[in-house]
Write a protein that binds this ligand. Structure first.
Ligand code: NAD
Ligand code: DAU
Length: 334
């Protein structure tokens, strides 16, 4: 099988490629990534000499490139996106371009060449839950509340419309908050771990009582692989970590695991439009795919802390943008 993975140099995409390599060593993998600030080829350096792996630096908004690549693969797993809510609040244009128009190019190419398409989405498209609401499931109406989730919802609607109208062979997964290695240090867990390692203060938005459901990225990767191979065409699958927790409780847990002091917590102004609670019901994935998350939060956090501790130079290079040089040195002349 030959797979096109978009956004494979990012956090979840690179973990997914490592997972694929372990589970399907015979697959050919093409990784199409624009290498925005969040894309880092160092995440995949163990594959540099792998003859079954190819990296293509490019933009999913480049329609000719997308068509060229899609025609030669069997399936597409689409991770590429602008993903950080805070950045979307500062400016949404790149989110609409990549998340909506980029997805449209991939859909048109999948339709043209009749390719299997899996679209990676988020639980944020469902909006925010009240304290007593049941968790999101595949029937929850869409109600995105910030420009990032609105762009992802638009993309999901396009995928659904192509399934319905053009009968493309597609599936969608909506997953909750991921954590693990290779996550750019702007999202809560990697940002806080890297700050705490340096005894820096950590900025808690508002009262810190917002609730998220956390899933280790490897559990997400396994879920995507199962949907790709065994998911019913045209269907959506919700994936979650079975791990709802208020931010402050999670942060206190991190501080305790790292042997730091709670005086490092700093309460700052809340994120505008901050969603109060996300939670996922993954019964469908459990019933149809025998999937459920395996990595418990404390174990996953400890592994993640250990990884960031060992890779502090990776974090430093992310912050300085220096990791982009890895591409220039290793790929740009090929
Ligand atoms: P990330 O920001 O770490 O990585 C995104 C990758 O996409 C980067 O490598 C970037 O260079 C690439 N990219 C961005 N724009 C591109 C373009 N125009 N063309 C080609 N490549 C481009 O993101 P992530 O956290 O790994 O998220 C991956 C996917 O999973 C996204 O679709 C996101 O919406 C979804 N998701 C993320 C989470 C989470 O908790 N991080 C949860 C659920 C769903
Ligand atoms: O739910 C899935 C989504 O999870 C993905 O679709 C997004 O791509 C991903 O970024 C993530 O979105 P969140 O906004 O939930 O993640 P973030 O790590 O930015 O924030 C997690 C929570 O922590 C949220 O309630 C905001 C809060 N927070 C975040 C940061 C960066 C803080 O209190 N302080 C911070 O500095």
């Amino acid at each position: 099988m030959k797979l096109l993975v978009t956004g494979g140099a990012g956090f979840i995409g690179s973990n997914f490629i490592h997972y694929l390599r372990r589970v399907h060593p015979e697959y050919d993998i093409v990784n199409l990534d624009k290498l925005t600030y969040a894309g880092n080829l160092e995440n995949l350096k163990s594959l540099d000499q792998d003859p079954r792996y190819q990296f293509v630096k490019g933009d999913i908004c480049d329609r000719d490139l997308v068509f060229d690549l899609v025609k030669d693969v069997d399936a597409i797993v689409h991770f590429a996106a602008e993903t950080h809510v805070d950045r979307a609040i500062l400016g949404a244009a790149d989110f609409v371009k990549t998340n909506v128009l980029g997805t449209l190019n991939l859909l048109d190419a999948a339709k043209e060449f009749k390719k299997r398409f899996h679209h990676i989405s988020t639980d944020e498209v469902f909006g925010a839950l009240g304290p007593n609401d049941p968790p999101f499931n595949e029937h929850t109406p869409y109600n995105p509340k910030n420009p990032y989730s609105a762009s992802k919802a638009a993309a999901d609607h396009l995928v659904r419309s192509y399934i319905h109208t053009h009968k493309i062979a597609a599936t969608i997964s909506n997953c909750s908050n991921n954590y693990g290695p290779y996550q750019f240090p702007e999202k809560l867990i990697p940002l806080f771990i890297s700050k705490l390692l340096n005894d820096e203060r950590v900025p808690v938005y508002g009262d810190g009582q917002q609730i998220r459901d956390w899933i280790h990225v490897e559990d997400h990767a396994r879920g995507v692989d199962l949907i790709l191979h065994r998911g019913r065409l045209g269907e959506t699958y919700c994936l979650g970590g079975n791990c709802e927790i208020p931010n402050l409780e999670l942060i206190r847990g991190l501080i305790a695991l790292m042997g730091k002091d709670e005086t490092l917590i700093e309460y700052v102004k809340d994120r505008p439009g901050h969603d109060r609670r996300y939670a996922i019901n993954f019964t469908k994935a459990r019933n149809e795919l025998s999937w459920e998350p395996r990595i418990k939060l404390e174990e996953g956090l400890q592994k993640t802390i250990d990884w960031y501790q060992k890779n502090q130079d990776w974090v430093d290079r992310c912050k300085s943008g220096e990791y982009q040089e890895y591409y220039v040195k290793n790929y740009s002349n090929k």
